[in-house]
Write a protein that binds this ligand. Structure first.
Ligand SMILES: [Zn+2]
Ligand SMILES: [Zn+2]
Ligand SMILES: [Zn+2]
Length: 148
C-alpha cells in the first residue's frame, strides 16, 4: 500500500482539537480516511464491532463539531461522514464541494477537486452553508454495467 497524499497525522489531529488520543478515535479516523467514499455509522459498526454504538455516535458527533469530519446524506437518507479538508474549524465547516450520490451502490463521494461556481443570491439573503449534491452512477458502477 502506498501512502495517500491525504494521509493525516491522526494523533496530531486529535491533539490540535484537544481530544484525548483513544484507540477507538484513532481507528475511526484511519478507517474514514482510507476510504474514497463517505462512511455511515452502520458501516463503522460492522467493522468495529467491539466498540459500542453509543461510543461511536459520540466520536462522530465530537469529530463533526470540531471540524474534523462533515456529514453528508446518501440516497437512503442515512447520514454518512467524510474527512474534512484542513480549513474546517470548530462549529464552522467549509465543505462546499460537490457530493456525488451513486444511485447504484448508494455510496457518497466528496468531489473536492472541482471548483465551485460562485452563487449569487438576491440582496437580503446571506448564505451560511451551501450543499451541493449530484446523483448518478459512479466510475466503479459504470465499469460493472456499461451504459445501455
Ligand atoms: Zn468540514
Ligand atoms: Zn456506484
Ligand atoms: Zn464532502
Amino acid at each position: 500500500m502506498t501512502l495517500s497524499k491525504n494521509k493525516f497525522d491522526f494523533e496530531e489531529l486529535l491533539n490540535r482539537h484537544h481530544l484525548k488520543k483513544t484507540s477507538p478515535r484513532l481507528r475511526v479516523l484511519s478507517m474514514m480516511s482510507s476510504k474514497s467514499t463517505a462512511t455511515s455509522q452502520p458501516d463503522l459498526e460492522s467493522v468495529m464491532n467491539d466498540i459500542d454504538r453509543v461510543t461511536l455516535y459520540r466520536i462522530l458527533s465530537a469529530f463533526e463539531e470540531k471540524g474534523i469530519i462533515h456529514k453528508v446524506f446518501d440516497l437512503n437518507g442515512t447520514a454518512n461522514y467524510a474527512m474534512c479538508l484542513s480549513n474546517c474549524e470548530e462549529n464552522h465547516h467549509h465543505d462546499e464541494h460537490l457530493h456525488f450520490n451513486c444511485s447504484n451502490c448508494k455510496n457518497v463521494y466528496c468531489l473536492e477537486e472541482l471548483s465551485m461556481p460562485a452563487i449569487n443570491v438576491p440582496a437580503g439573503f446571506k448564505i451560511e452553508a451551501l450543499n451541493l449534491y449530484a446523483t448518478g452512477i459512479c466510475p466503479k458502477c459504470s465499469k460493472k454495467s456499461p451504459a445501455k
